[in-house]
Each structure stands twice: as C-alpha cells, then as structure tokens.
Ligand binder design. Sequence first.
Ligand code: GLY
Length: 361
Amino acid sequence: MPSGITRRLFFQQSFLAGAGALLWQRLNPFASGGSASRRARQAGTPIIITSKTNETGQKAMELGWEILSAGGSALDAVEKATNYIEQDPEDTSVGYGGLPNERGVVQLDASIMDGKTYSAGSVASLENIMYPSSVARLVMERTDHVMLVGPGALEFAKSWGFEEENLLTEKARERWLMWREAHSDRDDWGPPDHLKGREEQGASLDEQLAYTYGTVNVLAVDAAGDVAGITSTSGLSYKIPGRIGDSPIIGAGLYVDNDVGAAGATGRGEDVIKSCAGYYIVMRMKEGRTPQQACEDALHMIAGRYRAVGLDFLPGEKFVAISKDGEYGCCTTTGSRQPRMSVMNEAGLNIYSGSIAFQTE
Ligand code: GLY
C-alpha cells in the first residue's frame, strides 16, 4: 500500500521545512485560516499536480517528483504519475477498474500534450489497454496524427506491444450489474414482475445508480521550464457505447501552452467540450489571470452560456491549472466541499483547497 511511503514523506518533508504551522496546514488543509490563494503562493518549479488527492494520487506525485527533481522532463513525469493512477483497481473512474459503458465494456479516453514541442496525442473509446495515456503519447510521438479512436487505437496500441487485458474488475462489474437492473423499471432487467420489491437491492443503491464523470488530470513544469499534461478517464459511467468525453479532446479536457501553463478538466465532459474550457483557462492565464482565477472564470463562463439561452444550469465540473512559474489553482462548480488537488514541488507534498464558483447551499 502506498500509504506508508506517503505518510513517511509527509513527515520528513514537513519536519525538514521546520515549521510547525506549515506541518499543521499540510496535514489539515481545511484547518488553515489562510485563503486558498495564500497557500498557492508556495509556488515554484519544478512542480507536478494532480486532481486526485487519495493515497494513489499522492504516491503518483512522489513518482512524478522523482523524475522532476532529478532534472527529468515534465512529459516523463506526467506519464509516470498517470500510469500509477491508471493501474489502481480501486479507482472506478480511470483505467483498470473504471466503470464500464451500458453494455459492461470499459472504454477509456486519454490525451497528452507536450508544450516543449507543441505536440499532442490522444486516444478515445480504447478497450482492453490499461495505460491509455501511454498510447496517447505514442500517437503524439510516433504518428503525424493527434487522435486515434476505438479499434484503430487498439490496433495501434497492440502494434507497440501493449497487451490486451480485461479492465473490468469485479467491483466495477457488480456496480454495472446493479445499475442495469435498477436504473429503470421500464425494461426486463431485474427480478420478474411478480417478485419485484421482495429482493434486497443493497444499502447503497443510490451510489450504484449515480452517473460519474471521474477523471484524472496530471500537469507539470520541469526544471527547464517546459510544461506537459495528461488527462485520462474511463469517462461517464454506463455511457452509450462509443460516447467520447472531453478528456481526449485537446483544448477541452486538457490544454498546455509552454509560454503560459496548463489546465485540465474533470466532470461533465459535454460542457467542457462545448466551452473549450481547457483552452479558455490557459488563455485567461495568458491575459494575466492566476490559475485559481482562470479556473473560476471558466466555470462562470459556462454558467453564463446557459443563462444566455435562458437556462439556470450549473454542470458539475472541477478544473485544475498551473502556470509556467509554478502557481496553481482549482475550482469546482458547486457543492458543500472545497475542491482539492495534490501539489508536489520543493516545498513538499501539499493538499491544496481551491474554491467553489457558485455557493448554492
Ligand atoms: N470528464 C470525463 C468525461 O466526461 O468523460
């Protein structure tokens, strides 16, 4: 389990920093009286961040940091960190263990962008390959294309030696079976009509039925000042087969500009595609907005588009961003908990709390 390593690192780095207050703040990201933007001033490069804050996400930051602190490239760092998250069977939103489409098939989307060479690659609806971000990197580096989809992406991955694996874990399969039986009473899935209501559906039916858009973003700036990013996901749970979200769309779920920084998106991909949110965030930073402000701007922009056509609709999104000089930020649309992201730089590992764009509760 990565937890031991992570906790050891936490304490080593906190004590090396030699500040009790800093230690308290790192271990208790919600306890600080300081604002999100104040904590973000622990900026600096090299830096690597991810939208994941669980133990896997924190361990992924350590792996990426090993590369960055040794003078390695942002591109290698984001790939290594993402691969670690993609292989986690407990994560039902990315890679192995991701929730499947409505037919029970795991279909993965991923994109990668290298600011240093202004290059991008992506794969969509890729089945049976655990590391879609690495396949996306090969599309970027070994073809003159940017995006490969479905059977073509699989054939390409196999040609590079990736082995097909069953990505549907028992946990994900059980959730899918529950969803198939319970999401509608107007089909023939589930117990026969005369026995309906007599079976226990389990304590967490709501959770089984909830659609999820979980995704991982990993962004980095290396010691040379080059910027890279990856977004990887199993996409919307129980989606219509072939549905592609924002994650593999350059400019939507991911954008990198070597002169400015990078941005990534999680959440309802349809809105991120329509708004080109990743590109928008980076362009806001180019205009002088901080990463934190730029993420907030993007969510207000999306809500504004709906308002402009008479709709009071707030799609669930979380955006993360870093600037070339190592500032960072994140923002979510709404909810009761601040969005969080893992940040690793010379100051150590920090769980940063961003902002909520619309306070509705
Ligand atoms: N943001 C992930 C998706 O919509 O597929």
